[in-house]
Write a protein that binds this ligand. Structure first.
Ligand SMILES: *[C@@H]1O[C@H](CO)[C@@H](O)[C@H](O)[C@H]1NC(C)=O
Ligand SMILES: *[C@@H]1O[C@H](CO)[C@@H](O)[C@H](O)[C@H]1NC(C)=O
Ligand SMILES: *[C@@H]1O[C@H](CO)[C@@H](O)[C@H](O)[C@H]1NC(C)=O
Ligand SMILES: *[C@@H]1O[C@H](CO)[C@@H](O)[C@H](O)[C@H]1NC(C)=O
Length: 264
């Protein structure tokens, strides 16, 4: 009698699971851009969409644009597809979603990918690049705080901060207006080694939040542990001393041998 109850429970559970699976829609795919989601105007970007291993087709949609961009039906089921935009234009800045097709159904759309196009408008209000600086300085130890300050003398609604090669999307902050000086403070606290790298910031206006100014000059943030650095330096100094000592002994030994040889 004893095994029946667990068996029944098991049966109930699996039936429950199965009905749950049937009721669910196909899980949403993931979307990302290579080399990154901030694209200089006129350059190219590849948008990737990753689904389960047996997808038969993929589709990419830009919000506000009615015609989706479909892949050809795939000859072999595949888990991801790429969409390349060569020579990107301002109109292609915006939010994108992708879906995949399995059996008879399209999946749920992916989370949005914000594609930001930087540096167009040679005569427009975004033509001037902002400046980026680090406070208290560009070299910090892990655990300390650092603030990256992006500012401009030109009207700006939001500032964006991007880290080169980072998977996460750029940080966006509302600009503060200090008597016509627009600025945003991105505080990184506490700093970890993942924060080390090259940063750039951009200006944007609320009329089109996906269009950015040209990038600021790049800023290199160095995150290093002073104690480790000092240990390494001390180690190096010690090995140099040791080497000198060995050379000195060797030289003395050689001289003695030469003297002995001359005597005999
Ligand atoms: C896929 O479509 C078929 C036919 O319309 C439907 O019976 C099935 O439940 C759908 N599956 C999913 C996971 O949406
Ligand atoms: C992009 O997809 C095409 C097939 O549509 C494939 O031939 C190509 O290798 C892919 N690109 C990369 C970089 O994998
Ligand atoms: C931005 O500010 C600079 C310096 O104040 C000024 O020369 C330039 O005309 C401004 N640009 C725009 C688009 O207003
Ligand atoms: C770093 O900033 C946090 C708040 O973000 C603050 O609580 C902390 O005291 C700061 N640490 C240092 C070393 O300034």
């Amino acid at each position: 009698m004893a095994p029946t109850l667990p068996a029944l429970l098991c049966l109930g559970l699996s039936v429950g699971l199965r009905t749950q699976v049937q009721a669910e829609t196909l899980p949403k795919p993931t979307i990302w851009a290579e080399p990154g989601s901030v694209v200089p105007c006129g350059s190219s970007v590849t948008i990737w969409c990753q689904g389960p291993p047996n997808a038969k087709s993929f589709s990419l949609n830009q919000e506000g644009i009615s015609a989706p961009w479909n892949t050809q039906p795939l000859l072999k089921p595949w888990d991801k597809a790429n969409f390349s935009i060569l020579n990107i234009k301002e109109q292609q800045a915006g939010r994108y979603h992708c879906s995949y097709f399995i059996g008879f159904n399209w999946s749920e759309p992916s989370d949005p990918l914000e594609l930001l196009v930087a540096g167009e408008e040679p005569a427009g209000p975004l033509r001037d690049r902002p400046s980026l600086s680090a406070w208290p300085g560009p070299s910090v130890a892990p655990g300390e705080n650092v603030t990256l300050l992006c500012q401009s003398g030109n009207r700006t609604d939001t500032f964006l901060l991007s880290q080169e090669g980072a998977a996460h999307r750029p940080l966006r902050l509302r600009a503060q207006d200090h008597d016509g000086q627009f600025r945003a403070e991105f505080s990184l606290s506490p700093v970890s080694s993942a924060h080390g790298g090259t940063y750039r910031c951009y200006r944007a206006l609320s009329t089109d939040p996906y269009l950015l100014s040209q990038a600021s000059e790049p800023l290199a943030l160095l995150v290093s542990d002073y104690t480790v650095q000092n240990l390494i330096r001390m180690g190096l100094a010690a090995s140099v001393l040791l080497l000198l000592g060995v050379l000195l002994c060797q030289a003395r030994h050689d001289r003695k041998e030469a003297r002995d040889a001359a005597r005999s």
